[in-house]
Design a protein around this ligand. Structure first.
Ligand SMILES: [Zn+2]
Ligand SMILES: [Zn+2]
Length: 146
C-alpha cells in the first residue's frame, strides 16, 4: 500500500468513526486529498469533483474539508492573497515550497523542521503546537521558461 492509499484509508476511517455520511462524492474528495504533492484549493477540488458528480456544491467540499481539518487529517495552507490550499497526504506541519509564478506547492524532502521546533521551544519557553515554514521561489518548470 503506498502513501496516498494509506492516507485515503485513514481519512475514511476518521469520517466513519465520527458517523459521517460516506457519499461517493466524499470518497472521491478523499482520494484527491490523499494524493502526494496535491495541495489543491477548495475551488480546484470542487472543479475536479464536479466533472464526476455534477450535483456537488462548493459548500459540500468546504464542509468535508473543515471536518477533516478539525480531525487533524488535512493541513490547511492559508494565503491572504490567494485561495487556501489543502494537504491530506501529510496531515502534520511540514515545510512547503511555493512557486510564485504557477502557484504549485510541493513538499521538500528535508527534515530541518523538527530541530527548528525544538530550538524555538527551548529558547522561548513556548509549548509549540504547530508551525509553518514556507519557501517561495520559481519551480523548475517555470525556471525553464525564463
Ligand atoms: Zn512554477
Ligand atoms: Zn504539503
Amino acid at each position: 500500500m503506498d502513501d496516498s492509499e494509506a492516507r485515503f484509508e485513514e481519512m475514511l476511517k476518521g469520517l466513519r468513526k465520527r458517523n459521517c455520511r460516506i457519499t461517493p462524492q466524499r470518497v472521491a474528495l478523499l482520494r484527491l486529498l490523499a494524493v502526494d504533492e496535491g495541495h489543491s484549493s477548495a475551488s480546484h477540488l470542487y472543479q475536479q469533483l464536479k466533472a464526476q458528480f455534477p450535483t456537488t456544491s462548493l459548500a459540500t467540499v468546504y464542509k468535508t474539508l473543515n471536518l477533516l481539518k478539525e480531525m487533524g487529517e488535512v493541513v490547511e495552507i492559508g494565503f491572504s492573497d490567494d485561495d487556501n490550499r489543502y494537504d491530506g497526504n501529510k496531515p502534520y506541519p511540514h515545510p512547503h515550497l511555493i512557486c510564485v509564478r504557477c502557484r504549485k506547492i510541493m513538499d521538500p524532502e528535508v527534515s530541518i523542521a523538527q530541530d527548528l521546533v525544538q530550538q524555538v521551544a527551548q529558547q522561548s519557553g513556548y509549548q509549540i503546537i504547530s508551525h509553518r515554514l514556507d519557501f517561495y521561489g520559481l519551480c523548475p518548470d517555470c525556471r525553464e521558461g525564463e
